[in-house]
Design a protein. Structure first.
Lengths: 581, 159
């Protein structure tokens, strides 16, 4: 079978199978129909029919983020391809390994403005790690091999394969074989860090008095959480994670300061600002972290470990740049430290940890809001996240959309494991939460998967409720309903004199309970604090049903802390009437 | 600061658009760009001149290196190198400044129109143009900068 003659479409599916692909997400259309017919005739690869191509790519992305294996989406040409673009950009910004296969019009029609023709390679160019336009059917196996290699190695990222319809024609068969390995002369991602740099890093570590470990999504992507934790424990340095890096270090560990940056904790941002050494691992000093780069952590030396050389010293100069995989570089650093007669400034570091605890005590997040009951009769959105955390015992996969609810989930659900927290950090894509949860739920059918969302974001991909019915995906949708685009409204409150331009809906929201029920799901409405915990319990306990838990939360709540733009990291709003300067 | 960057890339459809797209995507300038196949038919060589401080040029080089189609890259400005540009100029016969050009520079002369070719550094070509103000050419075309290092360093996948 493996070496029999195959059509391009059959070769494509069999190649995916040999890459270990068990399921893909997609939506058929003219240019992809030969491929869909080949899918129909085999049993290796399951296909999940979404309701919109954006959903297919987000679902593949959620699958990839939660498993570490590449996600696959299949779309048709033209609108199918352009609908995939937001999903590709999302994956590109967060460096997730996905492969998107797009049908294309027949090769002879390319360039003639034929029906459903779009230059997919051109349209997707700035938001992919690489892309391939298939030139003949025989190329398909090798291109698949290259695509998966590129998507999953080095700094991972999305790869597009655009296949003209004639190259999947069932009537044209060729001798098929799948390459066992692939070498590319122009692509050799670094793995090992330079030993000289590792040694310099160890020197800085030994002399540090106010150190911080700042790790990002790269640690999770590279499965380096165990190494990160070992390093942090060896050194007893405080740890902060970026939004993308949550779960890389246990969220409930006392050494953990919480998330840093725009809506990071007071102690994490203060520690960064006052540090004398920052060890950045798999993080990229983006604008949501540094605030004004010119005023960023001026007293700190920076060690920067990243697999992408272009990320190092891009925004913040690295005193010790280490280019290599997080896993290898942290291991080498641990080895180097252990091989020395390690002399840390133990006394200074104890005092520094005490300082971090004092900051936490002073203005840290309040993780006991749930116990304090309603605020002015209203449910706080943070309380809903705390209730979810309590009911799922911190073990659920949490996906989110984008906005206030995303920040509350990041701040209040303590992620103890990597790949447990799935969100669109870089692009900030509303509509990501539900479809990405489908990918996670399909990868982990027995686990609780909750999508923390808002009434704004959920409506951007709500059509996927139908997909969830078709495939029996028991996702828990936790809708923090504040009847407004909360984060937009917060900025309008803080920076635009409270003028809520186009951030509310004038009573046009649907009845989410009826909506969920119309798709065959369960809907539960919560408007009073006293009902919250019982409703959450019921929601989580309905193992085989998708539950849409629609919670009316305080519409006036803001996310704090919040960095004051254009300043250093210690310029924070801590409440509506409290700031650090 | 002006820099000249040379790179070898896969001779594949779409490779050039990735290089050019990177510049617009990340807000870098391209002053000149020359691309042609090499003696190895699988490779094209691209030479570009760009303007930017050291940090920007470092980023440009790193980002170009990340492109899968880019095989090798060299910032020629890092060491001794030669930069040359070809310029073609068209004059009407009555305004042709005979004294400025050698006979061998003339590449065509018919229908009262004379074309000349000049090779030099960009600066030399700029200067030549400014000296011609009394007898303006009716058309000028410049190739953009080609560069090669003047030492033993070569841009090749062979070594």
């Amino acid at each position: 079978m493996d070496n029999a003659k195959k059509s391009g479409a059959e070769a494509l599916i069999h190649s995916l199978h040999l890459e270990g692909v068990e399921l893909m997400f997609g939506y058929p259309g003219g240019a992809a129909l030969h491929i869909y017919d080949a899918i129909f005739n085999q049993n290796y690869v399951d296909h999940i029919l979404v309701r919109h191509e954006q959903g297919a790519v987000h679902a593949a992305d959620g699958y990839a983020r939660s498993t570490g294996k590449p996600g696959v989406a299949l779309v048709t040409s033209g609108p199918g391809a352009t609908n995939a673009i937001t999903g590709l950009a999302t994956a590109y910004m967060d460096s997730t390994p996905i492969v998107v296969i797009s049908g294309q019009v027949k090769s002879g029609l390319i360039g003639t403005d034929s029906f459903q023709e779009t230059d997919m390679i051109g349209v997707s160019r700035p938001i992919v790690k690489h892309s391939f336009l298939v030139q003949k059917a025989e190329e398909i196996p090798e291109i698949i091999k290259k695509a998966f290699h590129i998507a999953t190695t080095g700094r991972p990222g999305p790869v597009v394969i655009d296949i003209p319809k004639d190259f999947t024609d069932p009537d044209y068969k060729f001798d098929y074989s799948y390459p066992e390995e692939i070498k590319m002369r122009s692509y050799n991602p670094p793995i090992k860090g330079d030993p000289k740099r590792i040694s310099e890093a160890a020197d800085l570590i030994e002399s540090a008095k106010r150190p911080v470990i700042y790790s990002g999504g790269g640690v999770i992507q590279n499965d380096a959480s165990a190494e990160l934790t070992e390093l942090a424990k060896l050194l007893n340095f405080p740890v902060t994670n970026t939004l993308m890096g949550l779960g890389a270090f246990p969220g409930s560990d006392p050494q953990f300061m919480g998330m840093l940056g725009m809506h990071g904790t007071y102690q994490a941002n203060m520690a960064m600002h006052n540090a004398d050494l920052i060890i950045a691992i798999g993080a990229r000093f983006d604008d949501r972290i540094t605030n004004d780069p010119k005023q960023f952590a001026l007293g700190a030396k920076k060690i920067h470990i990243d697999v992408d050389a272009a990320s190092v010293s891009k925004i913040i100069h690295a005193d010790v740049p280490i280019v290599g995989s997080a896993k290898d570089c942290i291991s080498s650093l641990i080895q180097e430290l252990k091989s020395r007669d390690l002399t840390l400034n133990t006394e200074a570091i104890s005092a520094w940890n005490k300082q971090v605890d004092d900051w936490r005590e002073e203005h840290g997040l309040n993780h006991s809001l749930l116990e304090q009951g309603p605020k002015d009769g209203k449910i706080l959105p943070q309380q809903v996240v705390q209730s979810l955390y309590k009911e799922t015992e911190g073990q659920a996969f949490i996906t989110s959309d984008v906005g206030q609810h995303q920040m509350f989930a990041a701040q209040y659900y303590h992620f103890d494991k990597p790949r447990q927290w799935i969100n669109s950090g870089g692009l900030g894509t509303m509509g990501f939460g539900l479809p990405s949860a489908m990918g996670v739920q399909l990868a982990y059918p027995e686990s609780t998967v909750a999508c923390v969302t808002g009434e704004g974001s959920i409506q951007m991909c709500i059509q996927e409720l139908s997909t969830c019915l078709q495939y029996g995906l028991p996702i828990k949708i936790i809708n923090l309903n504040n009847a407004a685009l909360g984060m937009v409204k917060q900025w309008q409150d803080m920076q635009y004199g409270g003028r809520h331009s186009s951030s509310t809906y004038e009573n046009s929201l649907p009845d989410f309970i009826a909506l969920a029920e119309s798709y065959g799901h369960v809907g539960i409405k919560v408007s009073k604090f006293k009902d919250l915990e019982a409703a959450m319990k019921e929601c989580i306990s309905l193992k085989n049903k998708l539950v849409f838990l629609d919670v009316d939360v305080d519409p006036n709540e803001h996310v704090y802390p919040m960095l004051e733009a254009g300043n250093a990291m210690d310029y924070m709003w801590l409440a509506k009437d409290k700031k650090t300067w | 600061m002006k820099r000249v960057i040379a790179l070898l890339m896969e001779n594949q459809p779409g490779a050039l658009s990735r290089v050019v797209g990177l510049f617009s995507q990340r807000g870098y300038n391209i002053e000149t760009l020359v691309v042609a196949p090499t003696t190895d038919p699988t490779l094209s060589r691209l030479t570009m001149s760009t303007e930017g401080d050291e940090k920007v040029v470092e980023q440009i080089t790193k980002q170009l290196n990340k492109l899968i189609d880019v095989v090798m890259i060299s910032d020629l400005s890092d060491s001794q190198h030669i930069e040359k540009e070809l310029m073609l100029m068209k004059f009407t016969e009555e305004h042709f400044p005979k004294e400025t050009f050698e006979e061998s520079s003339i590449v065509s002369n018919s229908d009262g129109v004379i074309n000349v070719q000049v090779v030099g550094t960009s600066l030399e070509l700029d200067e030549l143009i400014t000296t011609l103000d009394s007898s303006k050419p009716i058309e000028i075309v410049r190739s953009g900068v080609l560069g090669i290092s003047s030492n033993k360093d070569i841009l090749s996948i062979e070594n």
